[in-house]
Design a protein around this ligand. Sequence first.
Ligand code: SAM
Length: 218
Amino acid sequence: SDHKLDYPISPEEMDWSKLYPTDENEDKQVTIADIGCGYGGLLVALAEHFPERRILGMEIRVQVTEYVEERIRALRESHKDDAKFNNCAVIRANSMKFLPNFFRRGQLDKMFFCFPDPHFKQRKHKARIITNTLLSEYAYVLKEGGILYTITDVFDLHEWMKKHLDEHPMFERLSPEQEQSDVCVDIMTNATEEGKKVSRNNGSKYIACYTRLPNPEV
Ligand code: SAM
């Protein structure tokens, strides 16, 4: 449960140097987050595609987090020559609770929600990772013009995520052209373990991406 989870009191208290040890730029911030990263396929693919960015996976299951830690350690070890994969890391965290403890306002410019747990039963819907309240937190940590990516093989969950995002004042859906031409859509469709499983089973993948709107003028 949560009392066993480590999380900083505020973003200022977070020691990132343990996670990104050999990255030469100490002040560099995480700008891409993979929420519920599972076994880390997307994390690793994004790290290769965006060598200049810091990418963080957040995962609630202990053993899965440890697996990803080990995966990154091995990749760094085998890439000592070109120093690849120093720009990705994973932490065990409940992203539904402590995001503003880790990230400052407007810090992120991409957030991924790939194949989130569907919580099929009606009474479990409040446990879904896209809800009105949580979207306000995601809007807080995302910068203006940042993008929130969702993909799922569960049509009902896709409709749910779209409904909540459409209704939220801080988000606007990308046009079909924008979605199709975004390289991250291609990466998230093919790189995650869950996405690969869906492909093997010839399942459908439903995608919806939203931009974080500017703050209203007051
Ligand atoms: N995104 C990965 C993929 O596409 O392969 C994993 C998908 S898996 C179906 C959903 C993951 O979200 C699980 O690994 C689960 O442990 C994690 N998860 C669920 N709730 C979470 C939370 N509140 N915070 C962080 N991770 C969570």
